[in-house]
Design a protein around this ligand. Sequence first.
Ligand SMILES: [Zn+2]
Length: 315
Amino acid sequence: MSLSFQLAPEPPLQRSLKTAIGCVGVGLHSGVKSALSLRPAPADTGIVFVREDLPGTAPIPATVGHVADTTRCTQLKGADGAAVNTVEHVMAALAAWGIDNAIITVAGPEVPALDGSARDFGFLIGCAGVVEQDQPRRFVEVLKPVTVHHGDRWARLVPHAAFAVDMTIDFDHPLIGVQHIALPRVDLASFNRELAAARTFGFAEDVVDLRAKGLALGGSLDNAVVVAHDHVLNPGGLRWPDEFVRHKALDAVGDLYLAGPLLGRVEAKGSGHMLHVKLLRELFADPAAWRYADFPEAAATVTRSLPVMAQQGAD
Ligand SMILES: [Zn+2]
C-alpha cells in the first residue's frame, strides 16, 4: 500500500507583456512605413489594436467580430471605421507566447511586414518579457467538429486536448505541389521550431496584377518569398523546402487567435484568411460546438510550458 498526494492544479493565468517594445517597418500590401508598438494591458483587456496616426479613433479589438476583410490579409475594423491590415503574423506570435492582453499601436494602416514571417514579432515579445496576471485564462474549447468549405478548399475544427494545426496545400507548381505539416501541440517551442520563420509568399507572375489592385505595394524579396516558374527569386532561397505550407499554418495560428486561446485542432486544405474567419464564425454560431473553459487540465499543461520568467532576469 502506498500513499500519494496530488497537489491541486493551479489555473493557468492570463499573460501580458512586461514592458512596451516596438519596431518600424513597411506594410506588405500598402507599402506604407509605420511604427508598431506592443504594450502591456490589464487582465481581461484582450488584444486591442490602436491606430496611433488617427488620434481619437476607437480601439480595434482583435476578435472575429471585428474582421472586415480577408482579401490577401486579415483586416480588423473598429466601431468608427478605423482599420488595421495584416494582423495575422503578429497575432500568431502573440498566440505562441500565450499573450492574452496587449495594446498594439500602429502608426499607419498596416502592421509592418518585417521579414514576412512571425519571427521578429516573437523576438520582440521575448525581449519585452511576459508577466502573469491575476485572472485565469479563458479558453475556447471545441466540443464537436465544425467544417467550412470554399470550392475544393476546406477548414475544420475538431475537439482536441491542446491547440493543434494540420495543414495541407496543393499548388499546381513544380516548386510547391502537395505539402503537409501537422503540429499536435502548438506551443512556443513547436511554433518557434516549425513555423515562426516561414515567410509569406507570392508568384512573380501575379505581382503586376496584385499591384494593379493596390496590393503587394510594399512586397519585396526582403519580406516575401517570390516564386518564379521553376525557382524562387530570393537570393537566399527557401528556409525550408516546405516553407509554403509552414507559412499557411502560421497564418492559421494567427487568424484563429482572434478567438483567443483555443482547445481544438484545426485541419485544413488550401485554406486562407477567409476560410479561417468563416470557420470561427461557424463555430461561434453553434452554441453546442464550443464552450468557455477556464481551467482545463490540458490547458494548464500548455500554459505552464511557457517560459514566463525567462526574460525577467535583466532588471
Ligand atoms: Zn501570412
